[in-house]
Design a protein around this ligand. Structure first.
Ligand SMILES: Cc1cc2nc3c(=O)[nH]c(=O)nc-3n(C[C@H](O)[C@H](O)[C@H](O)COP(=O)(O)O)c2cc1C
Length: 349
């Protein structure tokens, strides 16, 4: 019903408008008491789906990727669609508008999206207030820097977000891979990256010892456009800094083998969805082949079917996330993947 009836209506309107409208509808449904019904329809609870990664217990390995609920406004309601975890953000210290609209485009023929949102968010402190109400949703906190913060001062922005979120998220994601904040991807270079990750590790152990709790797992989210040398550098840095894992991958600036109209393909920004699937899995395989010690991998990019998710898990991802597939396939995608995992029993704890 979603693909034949609901999606054509939604896709008739501007993508960002529909995103906000859907948020309002989901919020209202929950206020009217439909949350438990949604949960009953979409959530699969089965011990065989549970997975422990970096000391955290995931109810299932399918997460909602960053950028969907940037401001932590709907994490509870979204988790009712069956997700094992929700990643909020990217959050920055100060609120910012992001890039001028229109900045979100559907490439329907390619089952893809191009976005150049530019870290539009209400700021980390607003999100913290909402997260204080969290009861049992496993939350990842994806952090970045404000657009106007020069790269040489970026570490401070990440630290502000890290400190603010420390008590309210289960794991952190350092986002240095969005193509929509000018210069951000330069933080993936060896020296700035080492410095940033070392500072965050230091802060992690400081806060953990002050609070007398465990350190929070920290992941680095990387771009799919890195070459092998850059990927090797990153793997070595993860190993030497003792980071907990990698999220592979963010959106791509490449525009390979697309069939949508040229004017759409040429929109600036990051491409997600089906055309990203193969490259992001390739990055996972490369990491698995080249790492010399074990660290966690969260696979994301172009998961639109259970087979796509299984491909990434079999490539070596411990967990996976979806974003664009949720839009194209509809809310039942999470349940379909989880049912397939149960059938295939590829989930091992
Ligand atoms: C509209 C949009 C906004 C996004 N915003 C963020 C973001 O703020 N931070 C981030 O790390 N990734 C962001 N992403 C990237 C996704 O988290 C994901 O890595 C990427 O879309 C690939 O997955 P997919 O093919 O399932 O969409 C965004 C993606 C989209 C489509």
């Amino acid at each position: 019903m979603y693909k034949s009836l609901i999606r054509p209506i939604l896709f008739f309107f501007d993508a960002e408008f529909i995103h906000h409208l859907s948020f309002k509808i989901i919020h209202l449904s929950s206020k009217l008491g439909f949350g438990s019904l949604i949960k009953k329809i979409y959530t699969i609870e089965d011990q065989r789906l549970e997975k422990e990664v970096c000391g955290l217990k995931f109810k299932n390995p399918i997460g909602l990727a960053a950028g969907f609920d940037k401001d932590a406004k709907l994490y509870k309601e979204l988790s009712d669609f069956g997700f094992g975890f929700i990643e909020i953000g990217t959050l920055t210290p100060k609120s910012q508008e992001g890039n001028p609209k229109q900045r979100l485009f559907r490439l329907k023929q390619d089952q893809a999206i191009i976005n150049r949102m530019g870290f539009n968010n209400e700021g980390v402190f607003e999100a913290v207030e909402r997260l204080k109400k969290n009861e049992n949703v496993l939350i990842g906190g994806n952090i970045g820097k404000n657009k106007l913060t020069p790269n040489k001062l970026a570490t401070k922005d990440y630290l502000i977000c890290f400190d603010a979120l420390f008590d309210y998220v289960d794991y952190f994601v350092v986002n240095v891979s969005s193509p929509n904040t000018p210069g951000l991807r330069e933080l993936q270079d060896r020296e700035p990256l080492k410095q940033l990750l070392r500072e965050l590790k230091k802060e992690n152990s400081k806060l953990a010892s002050i609070r007398a709790v465990d350190e929070k797992p920290i992941f680095l989210k990387i771009a799919p456009d890195l070459n092998e040398t850059q990927l090797l550098d990153i793997i070595r840095i993860i190993e030497s800094t003792g980071l907990d894992g990698i999220i592979a991958t963010n959106t791509t600036i490449a525009r390979n083998d697309l069939t949508s109209d040229l004017y759409l393909q040429e929109e600036k920004g990051g491409l997600s969805g089906k055309p990203l699937r193969e490259r992001s899995t390739e990055v996972i395989r490369f990491i698995v082949k080249e790492r010399s010690k074990s660290f966690a991998i969260i696979g994301v990019g172009g998961i639109h079917t259970p087979e796509d998710a299984i491909e990434k898990l079999e490539a070596g991802a411990d967990l996976v996330q979806i974003w664009t597939g949720f839009i194209y396939e509809g809310p039942s995608l999470v349940k379909k993947i989880n049912l397939s995992l149960l059938e295939k029993t590829v989930v091992t704890s």
